[in-house]
Each structure stands twice: as C-alpha cells, then as structure tokens.
Design a protein around this ligand. Structure first.
Ligand code: AMP
Ligand code: MG
Length: 186
C-alpha cells in the first residue's frame, strides 16, 4: 500500500461570504508500508472563478499572485497529481488532516466536470487522531504537533510543508491508523 499524505491550500477571504473556495496548491508526500518516502508532489493551481488572490489569502498561505498566475488550471494539475499517484506500484490511500481536503478536491472536480471517484480512498487522520487520544474535539495540525512535541517545520499553510509535518504524526501513529475506515460515498 502507498499512503499519500496530502494537504491543499485554497482561495479564501477574511469574510466568508458566498464565494467558493478553489484549490491553489496541492502538496503531498508518498510513503510505503516501510514508511519510506517514495516521492513528493507540489504544484500550484490557477483558480477559475476568482483568479485574483485576496490579501488575506496571500498572507495566510504565503502563496503569491504570480505563483498562481503561472500555474495550470485544476483539470491539468489534478490529472498530473493522479498520474503521480499511479506512478508508484500498488494501491493508494489518501490521508489528510480532516475531511476538508477530500471535500475540496470533490468541489473542484465538480466545478470542472471531472471524475472525483479517485478521492474516495481517503481517511481523515485528524478524526482518527482525536479518537486515538480520546479527545472530544480533534485538534488542528498545529496543535497536534505541539502536543506531540514535534516541531512545525517550513511554512504553516503551505500545502507541501503541511503535508511533511502531517507525515511526522502519520509515522508516529502508523500502527494505530484504521485504513479500513475509508470514505463511503452515498
Ligand atoms: P490549511 O491546510 O490549514 O493550511 O488550510 C487549507 C485552506 O483552508 C487554506 O488555504 C484556506 O483556504 C483555508 N483556511 C485555513 N485557515 C483559514 C482561516 N483561518 N481563515 C480562512 N480560511 C482558512
Ligand atoms: Mg495546509
């Protein structure tokens, strides 16, 4: 089995409003059952509906306007991400800190009328971590790292750095994740 630890960044605004978030970065690391890192993926995505990033978004993520301007749109990047996942032999499970990343993939796939069934093989490490620890509310990544006394390396809210930090928690609790607890589409 290959485990794809993935973290997305998306367009956002200080006031939520009715604007729809779109992916602006896919960051991921692939590890095998021996917890060997097989590869890394990091691509920016040009959003379709709101191509100009808010100041709030660039501040939060540190992703610049020119980085998304130079990027491909979601269909091309998602296709390259799936190719990257399939470049490793064997099955895969997408692992992210929460359900947000899976839902964001689904939303962007629907926006561009592309298949999202490849996102079904997903578990939320955040919810499983909450259960393992017996917590009423599962913590955010930053808080989980802190309580594990694991250093947050790189830039928080950059997909690739968040994915690498989540990987450290993934490795620590590898024996305890329930990989059968996959998303069940209705
Ligand atoms: P994260 O993986 O925590 O960096 O968050 C993923 C995405 O969620 C970000 O790129 C934003 O679009 C959104 N997000 C995260 N934190 C906030 C926040 N405090 N306010 C608004 N949007 C946020
Ligand atoms: Mg992130």
């Amino acid at each position: 089995m290959n485990y794809i630890i993935v973290d997305l960044e998306a367009t956002c605004w200080e006031e939520r409003g009715d604007k729809r978030n779109e992916i602006i970065e896919i960051g991921a690391v692939c590890v095998n059952d021996n917890l060997e890192v097989l590869g890394e993926y990091c691509q920016f995505v040009k959003p379709k509906n709101h191509p100009v990033l808010s100041e709030f978004c660039t501040k939060l993520t540190s992703i610049t306007q020119s980085q998304v301007d130079c990027a491909d749109e979601a269909p091309k990047v998602i296709a390259s991400f799936i190719d990257w996942i399939n470049s490793f032999d064997g099955d895969y499970i997408l692992c992210s800190w929460g359900h947000y990343d899976r839902v964001q993939f689904k939303n962007d796939c629907e926006l561009h009328s592309i298949d999202w069934s490849w996102t079904h093989r997903h578990i939320s490490l955040k919810h499983q971590y909450g259960k393992i620890k017996g917590l009423r509310r599962p913590p955010g990544m930053k808080r989980a790292l802190k309580s594990e006394k694991i250093e947050l390396e790189g830039t928080h809210h950059r997909g690739i750095d968040d994915a690498k930090n989540i990987l450290k928690i993934f490795k620590k609790y590898f024996q305890q994740w329930d990989f059968n607890d996959l998303f069940k589409p209705k």
